[in-house]
Design a protein around this ligand. Structure first.
Ligand SMILES: Nc1ncnc2c1ncn2[C@@H]1O[C@H](COP(=O)(O)OP(=O)(O)OP(=O)(O)O)[C@@H](O)[C@H]1O
Ligand SMILES: [Mg+2]
Length: 285
């Protein structure tokens, strides 16, 4: 794996230096079904509405749900690029919502098995994503290896929880795993509390998780905001139209826009950009 990282370093040094740093964020959770995919999709669209170039990647390798929420059926996915069957340009989908979408399938972790030439080819394709202002990766829940890989490689990681006690416990659990497994660098961890009934509830839950993480892990987690429990979310899932588009003034949409505004105001940390992402992705394997 070190060898692969060296190959990639060589490739990176041969690339023209671009001053465009794509911000790469991963959305994850301990417990499943807490709203990651809904938040990822609608956050991506809210970002695009600010005039940003956004790429959304479905990193949930078990159940690809982003395409269901966007009501599109992707023909190709990242695996086709990794296998050199398609170019990135050929697999990336334009959507009617102003964001681009990449279906993940089971391919991503395979990049760790590529030989030098294949890796260079893939990295070449991957760098075309460097035009994006932000890449949002919707990961699966829990501690599967590929989830950790995405998490380790992203510039920022958003952990989603709901007020349910099991969700809170699992959110702490995933924070603990992330902070103990990814030892080589600080992960920029943020918290979103979904499905709350009041702002106070969100704050209270966030404080609890943040305090436990500080006390037992010595780790600082930032609270970025909450999303109200809102029937608009489930009805938009059924209609397969993102709520931020169909109900832009709903409580849930306003919360999402607020969260995106806060993310946009905060400075991206560390070495961002698509090649750094790839490098970190490979070295975590
Ligand atoms: N703020 C909300 N208000 C009401 N319902 C919500 C809200 N957020 C999510 N839901 C409901 O929870 C369901 C699950 O959401 P979603 O699929 O986004 O979760 P997930 O974390 O991506 O799940 P998985 O772990 O299976 O990938 C949605 O279909 C929706 O009905
Ligand atoms: Mg999901």
């Amino acid at each position: 794996m070190e060898e692969q990282a060296d190959d990639l370093r060589g490739f990176m040094n041969s690339q023209p230096k671009s001053n465009h740093n794509t911000r790469i964020i991963a959305i994850t959770s301990g417990k499943g079904g807490v709203g990651k995919t809904n938040l990822s999709v609608n956050m991506a669209i809210a970002y695009a509405q600010l005039g940003k170039k956004v790429v959304l990647i479905d990193g949930d390798l078990g159940m690809a749900n982003v395409n269901v929420l966007l009501n599109i059926v992707p023909k190709y996915n990242l695996m086709h690029v990794i296998n050199n069957k398609k170019t990135m340009k050929e697999i990336i989908l334009d959507t009617e919502f102003g964001i681009k979408f990449i279906a993940g399938a089971n391919g991503f972790s395979k990049i760790a098995n590529l030989n030098q030439d294949e890796l260079t080819d893939f990295a070449n394709q991957f760098t075309t994503l460097g035009n994006a202002d932000i890449i949002i990766i919707d990961t699966g829940a829990g501690i599967a290896n590929n989830v950790l890989q995405f998490v380790a490689a992203a510039d920022e990681v958003y952990v989603v929880t709901t007020p349910e006690p099991t969700s809170i416990t699992d959110a702490y659990g995933i924070i603990k795993i992330i902070t103990t497994e990814i030892v080589d660098r600080q992960v920029n961890l943020k918290l979103i509390v979904n499905r709350v009934h009041s702002a106070d509830e969100g704050k209270r839950i966030a404080d609890r998780i943040i305090n436990i993480a500080a006390q037992f892990l010595g780790y600082k987690v930032d609270y970025v905001g909450f999303v109200y429990e809102d029937t608009v979310v489930s009805s938009s899932v059924i209609r397969q139209k993102p709520f931020i588009v169909v109900n832009p003034t709903s409580k849930s949409s306003q919360c999402l826009k607020h969260i995106v505004g806060r993310i946009e105001k905060s400075e991206p940390m560390g070495n961002s950009g698509v090649l750094n992402f790839l490098k970190k992705f490979i070295s975590k394997k």
